[in-house]
Design a protein around this ligand. Structure first.
Ligand code: PLP
Length: 365
């Protein structure tokens, strides 16, 4: 069985990262260089590298005190809602990365579950082929808006003009944008924003989540970070308090590993791996499209959002792929009601597996 289901990476860590980790381990092995607890918000060497390379190199000014290093974007995107009142109304794209909804469910903010699979106190923003996977601004009043671009699961992106609408909306209504850019490293077209802070005034309304998981294969190493601008001073202060109360920092070894991807060698090596995954994405896109299957995404993201070709449900399509092709996909309906009729394939597989999966689809699907 080949899995192009769960979005986990398959390529090893970059040599520069491995070297940095070995060095960090050696430091911990000697009394002179040993380190115990680090700062809860992350080591200065990593915060500095983030500010310089992820932001200043792109013309964005972020202060080191606005950077909160963590063990990954899942925890941060799940935990950030803790800073807000239970009555706050949440808006999410549909389909969506399930963590945004489920963390609010656990917090007791989402009301009751309707028969159609939607929560009564959540605002869903459908992203469908009909609207080109571009969510419309909410018609009702909302407090927290989760956006994720490049998108998981649809693999689609939003251009600057579209993101600007969201920033303007948030500022005019007082809503907060929770912007997850875990897949920014996969953007191929430089006109597409990597960061919400490329949009004017975003510092007044947006939090940004980043992850090294997909950028550098850290799904098992664990490291990411969140930007909380000082314009949102209460949130910056509260997140500092929340993290220092409930979190004791990402491991020193992970943070040294993360900082190695900003070196010249690290950057080159990480880019090579991303390019390999994007070759898989291109292959899947091209070959499935040639079979007459509608495929979205996969141009600036490692995910392909595939329309079930004969109008099957997501689960029917999943089962056919499993039984006829021994191929695991992810049923789109698992990401929300508007995901029905789609499956998600990942480009994170190995090249030979991806090629074999395509052959099996051609022969048996
Ligand atoms: N955000 C999105 C949109 C994701 O798809 C994922 C992982 O699949 C994460 C966050 C989690 O990232 P991390 O491994 O840093 O926790």
């Amino acid at each position: 069985v080949i899995s192009l289901g769960i979005g986990d990476v398959t390529q090893p860590l970059a040599p520069a990262v491995i070297e940095a980790m070995h060095q960090a381990v050696d430091e911990l092995a000697s009394a002179e260089t040993f380190r115990g607890y680090g700062p809860e918000h992350g080591h200065d060497f990593l915060r500095r590298a983030i500010v310089e390379h992820d932001y200043r190199d792109r013309g964005i000014e972020i202060d080191e005190e606005e950077v909160f290093v963590s063990d990954g974007a899942k925890s941060d995107t799940a935990n950030f809602q803790e800073l807000f009142a239970k009555e706050c109304r949440v808006a999410v794209c549909d389909p969506v990365y399930p963590v945004y909804v489920d963390s609010n469910v656990i917090a007791g903010r989402t009301g009751t579950l309707n028969e159609d699979g939607r929560w009564s106190h959540v605002t869903y923003l459908p992203c469908t082929a009909e609207n080109n996977f571009t969510p419309e601004l909410p018609k009702e009043s909302v407090d927290l808006i989760y956006l994720c671009y490049p998108n998981n699961p649809t693999g689609t992106v939003l251009p600057k003009e579209e993101l600007k609408k969201w920033v303007d909306f948030a500022i005019s209504t007082g809503a907060i944008l929770l912007y997850d850019s875990a897949y920014e490293a996969y953007i191929r077209d430089e006109s597409i924003p990597h960061s919400i802070y490329e949009i004017p005034n975003a510092r007044r309304c947006a939090i940004e989540f980043r992850s090294y998981s997909k950028t550098a294969g850290f799904t098992g190493v664990r490291c990411g970070y969140t930007i909380v601008p000082k314009e949102l001073s209460q949130l910056n202060h509260l997140w500092e308090r929340r993290q220092s109360t409930k979190f004791n920092g990402a491991s020193y070894i992970s943070q040294r590993a993360a900082s190695a991807i900003y070196t010249e060698a690290g950057r080159k090596q990480v880019k090579e791996t991303i390019d390999r995954y994007m070759e898989n994405a291109l292959l899947l896109r091209t070959e499935l499209s040639n079979l007459g299957i509608r495929v979205y995404g996969g141009e600036h993201a490692p995910y392909l959002w595939v329309q079930c070709p004969t109008g099957q449900s997501s689960w029917e399509c999943f089962e056919q792929l499993l039984h006829r092709c021994a191929l695991v996909s992810t049923p789109g309906s698992g990401f929300g009601p508007s995901g029905e009729g789609f499956i998600r394939l990942t480009a994170f597989g190995r090249l030979d597996d991806t090629k074999e999966a395509i052959e099996r689809i051609k022969k048996n699907f």
